[in-house]
Design a protein around this ligand. Structure first.
Ligand code: NDP
Length: 290
């Protein structure tokens, strides 16, 4: 165990908090933990963690205080009575951008520096550098730079801005894109479900196809930044809407509801009806901006 690794406090030992705790202990950090249900901390004592009997003592133990609790309300409930003056508070609890900003103001009122975080990982990926996990941070750049080595232990740290709402915003943007992908995967398997086609056999083809299609993120970004949605269009909207008809008809033939597809297809049709058949799907973004 290294002698000079800085100490830190971790509040919350759920599935994610426990994974974080194991990573910091394995890296030789002095770790003080607190959990609402005290029994969950006991398993960490054998690994060298110190259990704080109260939130106040946990917060007093170290300058760096990390919270990984259920939601924003539980962070408020847990920390409201604690003296945060001079502390560096890092909130790894998932929330919305507005909650991140409000929590930053709340921490500033109490004399603490603050970073909001968004964990882009599931617990088994924590402390496993090759797993590809990363943690988004926004808020105090000084806090981030000072504690960067400690924050790098569970997963690669990425600071996305001084605006404390940005970590949550990036987090939710990535999760939203993933949700659309899950919808597509669900529909694809449903189409094959009643046939003698092995899902395991199809999976590598599906994963490979989705991977090949992800470059569309770059062309969408380029069109948004240039303002020219017809730039480098490879499949135009007019052609894609034609293709949608084939997709919908196939769903019907296979006895599959198209409800996962139709919201996006409806927007594509609206954009086409507005006279943008020479674009691809970037114009849909303008349609959903309220
Ligand atoms: P768990 O449900 O496993 O744990 C929740 C933790 O919050 C427990 O320590 C629980 O304490 C504590 N808690 C709940 N309510 C309160 C409260 N009112 N006051 C004090 N403590 C409270 O969740 P995870 O550990 O999985 O998730 C923690 C955070 O990490 C969440 O914000 C989640 O979105 C985020 N995250 C989780 C991922 C995952 O895959 N698990 C992935 C990415 C982010 P107690 O033991 O007493 O119930």
């Amino acid at each position: 165990m290294e002698e000079n690794t800085p100490g830190l406090t971790l509040l919350g030992l759920g599935a994610m908090g426990t994974a974080l705790a194991h990573a910091w202990l394995a890296a030789g950090h002095r770790l003080t933990v607190w959990n609402r249900t005290p029994g969950r901390a006991k398993q960490l004592v054998g690994r060298g963690a110190r259990i704080a009997p109260s939130v106040a003592e946990a917060v007093a133990a170290n300058r760096l205080v990390v919270a990984c609790l259920l939601d924003d309300a539980s962070v408020g409930e847990t920390l409201d009575g604690a003296d945060l003056a001079g502390r560096d508070v890092v909130n790894l609890t998932t929330g919305t951008p507005a909650q991140g900003r409000a929590r930053a103001a709340w921490a500033a009122e109490r004399g603490a520096r603050f970073l909001d975080g968004g964990i882009m990982a599931v617990p088994p990926m924590i402390g496993v550098p090759e797993a590809g996990a990363f943690i988004l941070y926004s808020g105090s750049r000084d806090l981030f730079d000072e504690h960067r080595d400690t924050l790098a232990v569970p997963a690669h740290p990425v600071h996305v801005g001084e605006d404390a709402g940005f970590a949550a915003l990036y987090d939710v943007a990535l999760l939203s894109a993933m949700t659309g992908m899950f919808a597509g995967i669900s529909h694809a398997f449903a189409l094959l479900r009643r046939e003698e086609i092995s899902p395991r056999g199809f999976a590598p083809m599906l994963a490979g196809w989705l991977t090949a299609m992800t470059s569309s993120a770059y062309s969408t970004a380029d069109q948004l930044e240039s303002g020219d949605y017809t730039r480098n269009v490879t499949s135009n909207l007019a052609m894609m809407v034609e293709g949608n008809a084939t997709m919908l008809r196939t769903a019907e033939e296979q006895g599959v509801s198209a409800e996962l597809l139709t919201p996006f297809m409806t927007l594509m049709e609206r954009r086409l009806a507005d006279g943008h058949g020479d674009e691809d799907t970037t114009g849909v973004i303008d349609l959903i901006l309220r």
